[in-house]
Design a protein around this ligand. Sequence first.
Ligand code: ZN
Ligand code: FE
Length: 259
Amino acid sequence: MSEQHRIQVHPIPAFKDNYIWALRSGSRVAIVDPGDARPVLDYLAREALELVAILATHHHADHVGGVADLKRGRDIPVYGPKNEPISTLTRPVASGDRVAIPEFGVAFEVLDIPGHTRAHIAYYGSKMVFCGDTLFACGCGRVFEGTPPQLHASLAKLAALPEDTLVYCGHEYTLANIRFARAVEPGNVALAGRERTDTTTREKNHPTLPTTIGLEKATNPFLRCAQPEVAQAAARRRGTDVTDPVEVFTAIREWKNTF
Ligand code: ZN
Ligand code: FE
């Protein structure tokens, strides 16, 4: 068995609905998007783990607010987007760069996925993608610093990954996203099934993540803008014909903002 198959990924809940992701191999751990140091420090102590790297997807405080405290007294690399204002980064990266975690025998490819923020990145490797606030389970991030066409292109980039890629997002927004998705595509049978499954999961207070690229392509309206039912929903919303997938995306992203 190769080294990379021994990586385990655990969620560390933070704030109201954030997930900080812990990548573990033996007693070592890398942390993705530590918005808060406290739950991570508790986790390290409880599990007797050594922190070896921090990876950030974008500059929002709920993803990087804990970096300074985690770094204190530790000589560890902090990876994050080159073109965003994150003062705690030691290894700024962008598309085409690779992030190796030698302790784990794994390397992630960096993908530029702007739209939610100006230079948001994802980390892709070992059949996993950590995509912060760009792609959510059955939804996507808000457009804060980029444009809807940019976010649409970034989601298309993620959708092009292999269908069995595990998707680790920054928040537990799934049930609210599914309610919106059902309004867009009431006839989507896979989506109805997902609503039942994920509702049961949340009733047990379990995370609905990770999801997969395949499930997102089947149920996430923001990845389905070329589907006639999604285009029709966008047209109803706009009160005019909408067929271009980027326009469809723009219309349903706006709709979701006030749903
Ligand atoms: Zn964010
Ligand atoms: Fe966030």
